[in-house]
Each structure stands twice: as C-alpha cells, then as structure tokens.
Design a binder for this molecule. Structure first.
Ligand code: IMP
Length: 519
C-alpha cells in the first residue's frame, strides 16, 4: 500500500508516522507486508480504500498525540464521547439543490434524531426553518435543528457568520420552550461575528443599488463575509481576550463608519454589550475542528445541515443574486474542517417545483396573474412565504438543467423531493428539461446573467393527479401519474429520489430507503 503513494505522500506518511510514534511497518499487518512483498493484485478501488483507511488511522493517531499536548481547556472539556448509536458513523450532508427554501428542515429534523453531532457550516441567520413537534412551533435561524434531539451536540462551524445577539436570543427562546441545550451547543472559535452595523450596512448597500438591489435578508451576511475576506473581521474566539477584541472592534467600527458616511456606531455601548456576554459565549466556544474530527474518529454520526442553497452559492449561483458563502458541498470541508474522505451521504433537497426569494433570473418562473394561474396555485397551496423575512416567494416549474448543475457540483448520492402534494389538483404539470439560447441548446447554465435571463426553456408536459397523497406511506401508494412524475425527475437527474414529501407533517414523507433502483 505504501508504495502506491506518490513520493510526496510517502514523505508525509513517514513524517506523520514519526510524529505519532508509529513506524510504517507498524502500520501494516504482516499479511499486508507479505502481500506487498509478493505483489498480489488487489483492485485499484481496494487499494484506494486501503490508503484512505491508513490515512484515517494516521490522523487518528496524530489527533491523540495533539490531545495530550493541547492547552485549550475548553476543547478538552468537550472531548466527544464514543457513539452508542447503532447507525453507521461518518458525515452525512443535507444540501439545498435549488434557490433555497426547499424544505431541508423536515428531512434534517427526522434524520437528526439518529445523529450524535448536528452541524451548520456556512451562512448565518439568513437561513430559517420552522419545525413543529407535539404542537410546539420552533423557529431556527442559526441553530441546527438537531438541538431538539436531547442526545445530539450542535456545532456551529468556522464557516458560519454569527450575530451573537440573535443567536443568544434563539437559545433563550429555546430554553423558554423547555429545551435544555446547556453543554450541547458549541461555537467555533474561528467563526466570524456579524455586528449590528453589518446589518445596517447591508440595508444601506441595498438602498444604494435601488432597482438593481440583490434582495438580501438584511441580516448582515454579505458585509460580515466582506470583513472576513478583507481580514479585518472579528472571530468568536477573539472575545475571550477582551483587550484584543476591543482593539479590533474599534478599528473595524471606525473603518466602517468612514466607508459609510451617515452610519453611526455607538462603540462604547457595543463594547459594553460584548463584555457582558463574553463569559456566556466563552462557555460555548471551542475548537470545533478538533471536536468534529475527534467525534468522527470515535465513531460518531455527524449530520451537516446545509443552509441556503447551491444556486445562491457565491461561486456557482446566479451571481450577483446570491448569498456571500458557499452553501454547496465545498463548505462542508472548509466550514467544518474535515477531509473529503469522511463524507458519505450527500442528500440534495429539491422541491417538486421551484421557488426563489429576492431578485435574479428564474427561467421557469410562473407569475401569479389571477386565481387560476399556476403561480398563484403554487404560492398559495405551497404557502410560499419566507421564514426569515416573511417575503412572498416567486414560484415556477421544476428546472432540470438548473438541478443537473447542482448534481454536478455536489455529487448528490440521493435526492429528497419535497412538497409533491402541492402539485395535486393541477391538470398538467410541466418540467423544464432544456435551455435554449439563440436557437441552440445550452450544455450548462450560462455564467453571464444577460445570457441566462435570455435563455428559453423547453418543457415536457406530464399528466397531473387529483387524489390526496398525504396519507401515502409507500411509493406504490402514490397515484400512477405522481409515480411517473417522480420517476421522470429521477431519470433526468440520474440520482435516486429516496425521500418524497407528501404533506407538511413530520410523518408525511415516503422513504424508499437506500439503493432505490434508478429504473
Ligand atoms: P443574503 O444571504 O441575506 O445576503 O441574501 C442574498 C440572496 O440570497 C437574497 O436573494 C436572499 O433572498 C437569498 N437567500 C439567503 N438565504 C436564503 C435562504 O435561506 N432561502 C432562500 N433565499 C435565501
């Protein structure tokens, strides 16, 4: 196995082994040594798997070595316990495959009951979902919904931007509703802070753009990420050294007031507020990178709850009508600090139709012009209003080229198709299957919004159904036309549709299980 590695990797393995007190031969069993010596012929896949296992083992060993030397008290206090869960260990991810609000929350809510760690990795309080359990309504913006599982630990990863006043408020509301979160909510010391003035700047920037505005949530997300990238941002861990925090806060606040004439920041009042919460925040602040990797190595199951969605990704979305983070698969690695070989299930959530809030092109949009229009049906039956802003969402038909792009970027292993019941009652259902520009078929989504806005959509028309599907428990219970619709979506995406949402309730969901045949 060792000889399969490049020279650089061999050097890295030797160095890592030395640091961990292992020798290369101690990493190989005698059977492996003799297999290498006699040049048996394992398949390339077997060999790669073996390499991955070995790298994991080295990382695990190094992690242990680091542990004993670690001087960060808090992180030590939060060493992840071994898993009691029967489910497979590893990291699974739920991501949004369209423009957001696909209904990720419901799947995450159901799945999170089985996971030991639930994490957020990107975005901030621009995301939002409502969960109803036993008649109680919980609204989350920053917290992973796994907080409702009393056995789960919630991690807010380094890639998230945190507005502490709202976050602490969210925790207080939760406590008022009888949820004991103490000791189960951890924030990354490397996550950046969103300040009130970032939110004001968000609003000012939108006003300046006038009719070209992005339509942001005004939660300060863009300005906070801008501070991070400009390297004058302030991180959660900085609050633990108040002198340092104060110095950086004064400098950031003054620079922002200079950049935005008319903006007033009461620096003293803000500093007093942050001083008053520093201890409470400190109790939840840890090196979540160390924590998460340790949890993984201890065999725990980790669920990443994606926020926002792929088409709002700063790199892959409909720029500039996007958010300021990477709410696609890459953020699991950069926003949590884990390596790609730890990720297993990548569950893409898409609605059975399509919605978007804010501005920007939307090729399959159906303007709600009258009570009989498709746009009106989707908006009212689907109750399409934002959790965070209350804004009415724009609605349209399913857009396959857009979703194929999401599949390409994220490598979904299964699809969670939500709100199929909203299509009930429509005589005909359209699926956008191709884009055309200047009479020619497009192979992918145009980057330039001028071309994208001018793209025409080619549709397939499918039969609708009238039966109530909310009581369907198995795929076979669905009316034939609904089955055909799901199978066609699956065929066009080339990814198994595992979950199908048939109603708003937690149990109104069909789960086909793993490995559903694509045919
Ligand atoms: P920001 O993230 O507040 O900067 O907003 C940028 C764009 O992303 C706007 O069009 C928002 O409406 C949209 N957006 C941000 N978060 C979400 C979400 O969770 N669901 C849907 N749209 C979102």
């Amino acid at each position: 196995m060792f000889r399969l590695l490049s020279k650089q990797s061999q050097a890295a393995v030797v160095a890592a082994s030395a640091a961990s007190g292992f020798t290369i031969s101690s990493l190989m069993t005698s059977k492996e040594e003799s297999a290498v010596a006699s040049c048996e012929n394992p398949t390339v896949v077997d060999q790669l798997k073996e390499i991955a296992d070995r790298v994991n083992s080295i990382e695990k060993t190094l992690g242990t070595v680091q542990d004993s030397k670690n001087s960060i008290k808090k992180a030590e206090a939060y060493v992840a316990p071994s898993s009691n869960s029967k489910a497979k260990s590893g990291i699974d991810v739920v991501l949004g495959g369209q423009w957001g609000d696909e209904g990720k929350g419901k799947l995450v809510d159901i799945l999170s009951q089985e996971y030991d760690v639930c994490a957020r990795v990107a975005g901030g309080s621009n995301a939002g979902h409502t969960i109803v359990v036993d008649g109680k309504k919980y609204k989350f913006h920053l917290l992973p919904s796994g907080v409702l599982n009393p056995d789960a630990t919630c991690v807010i990863g380094n890639g998230v931007v945190i507005h502490l006043p709202s976050f602490l408020n969210e925790l207080d509301n939760l406590a008022n509703m009888g949820v004991d979160y103490k000791g189960r909510v951890l924030m990354s010391d490397r996550a950046h802070m969103v300040f009130d003035f970032h939110q004001e700047v968000d609003g000012m920037a939108e006003s300046k753009l006038g009719r070209n505005k992005i339509g942001t949530t005004k939660k300060g997300i863009g300005p906070a990420y801008a501070s991070k990238i400009s390297r004058n941002g302030i991180r959660i861990g900085d609050l633990q050294n108040f002198e340092y925090f104060e110095e950086r806060f004064r400098s950031l606040a003054e620079a922002t007031m200079m950049a935005y004439p008319g903006l007033e920041i009461d620096i003293e009042e803000q500093l007093a507020f942050y001083k008053s919460i520093a201890e409470r925040v400190g109790d939840m602040t840890v090196d979540t990178i160390q924590y998460t990797n340790e949890a993984y190595h201890n065999g725990q199951k980790i669920l990443v709850e994606g926020a926002n969605a792929t088409m709002l990704d700063i790199d892959f979305g409909t720029y500039p009508y996007v958010t300021s983070s990477n709410p696609s698969i890459g953020s699991v690695l950069t926003g949590l600090g884990v390596s790609p070989n730890k990720v297993s299930g990548i569950y893409g959530t898409v609605k059975a139709y399509c919605t978007r809030v804010g501005e920007g092109p939307f090729p399959t949009e159906q303007i709600p012009d009258g009570p009989d229009s498709i746009g009106h049906h989707l908006g009212t039956v689907g109750a399409e209003f934002g959790t965070t802003t209350g804004r009415q969402r724009r609605c349209g038909w399913l857009d396959i080229p857009q979703m194929q792009y999401s599949v390409l970027i994220n490598g979904f292993t299964a699809v969670n198709l939500t709100k199929l019941d909203v299509l009930t009652g429509l005589d005909k259902i359209k699926i956008g299957v191709a884009y055309k520009y200047n009479g020619k078929y497009l192979k992918s989504m145009p980057a330039c919004l001028k071309s994208y806005s001018a793209a025409e959509v080619e549709y397939e028309i499918m039969e609708g159904w009238t039966e109530d599907i909310s009581k369907c428990k198995k795929f076979e219970d669905l009316p034939p036309a609904a089955q055909k619709y799901v199978l066609r979506v699956q065929e066009l995406l080339g990814v198994p549709v595992r979950w199908i949402g048939v109603g708003a309730g937690r149990d109104e969901q069909i789960d086909r299980g793993e490995g559903w045949d694509l045919k």
